[in-house]
Design a protein. Sequence first.
Length: 251
Amino acid sequence: MGRDLIEVFVRSGRYALLCPLLFLVPVAIEMVQHAVEIRAGMYVDIAGLKAAEGDVLRLIIGHVKVIALFLTGYWAARFLVFGDDPVAARRIDPVAVRLFLPVMAWSLFWLILVQDVPLVADAAGISGNVAAWVLILSLIVSLLFEPLLSAWKTAAAAGNPAIGFVRSIRLMRGVYLYAVVVSLLAMLPLMVAHYALAFFAVGKAPGVVWAVMALDSLLVGYLGVVMVAAAFVVARRAAVRGGVGLAVGGR
C-alpha cells in the first residue's frame, strides 16, 4: 500500500509538471472562486466566512470548478494509463470521449445531489436537519460506492469499452477495502490542508490572504489529480487480478 500511495503522489506531481496547462485549468477556476470570496468578505472574520458561504456567484463558480475537475479525470487518467504521456493526456480520442461522457454524467448527478439538494430543500422550506441528513447520507454513499467504479472511469478515459459500469463493480469487489483505504489515505491529508488554509487566512492582511488562496488553488488542482491517480492504482490492481487491461489491447 505504501508503494501505491507514493506512486499516487509522485505521478500526480509529474502530471502537473508535464501537463501544466491542463493542470492549471481547475487551478485558475479555483482562484477565480477565491477572488469572489475575498470580494464577499469571506476571510475578514469568522462571521464573514459563514456569511459568504451562500454567495450565489461563489456557488456558480464552484460548480464550474468541479466540472473542470471532471475533465481532469479524463486528462490525468489517460496520462497515467499511457505511461505518463502528456500527448495522450491532451489527445481528444473520439472513442474515449464517447465512453467518458457517461462518467461525467454520473459525476454531475452526484454534484447536483451533494451541492444543490440542500439549497433546494432550504428554498422549499424543508427542515434544515432533514437537508443535513440527506447531505450526510449522500456523502457516505458516494464515498463507499465510488471506489467500485474506479476501473470503469479509468478504462473509459483510456478508450476501452470492455470495462463498463457493472463489470467495474465486479472487478473492484476483490480489492474493495484496499481501494477505500488507499483513496482515503491519498485524499484526506490534502482535504485537511485545504480547509486548514481557509481557516488560516481568516483575519489576515490582504496580501497574506491572496498568497494563501493562491497556494490553496494549487493544492486543489493537485488534489484533483491525486484522486484520479488513486482510482488508477486500485483499478490497475483489480484489472491485474481479473486478467484484463485498462486500455485497449491490454495495456
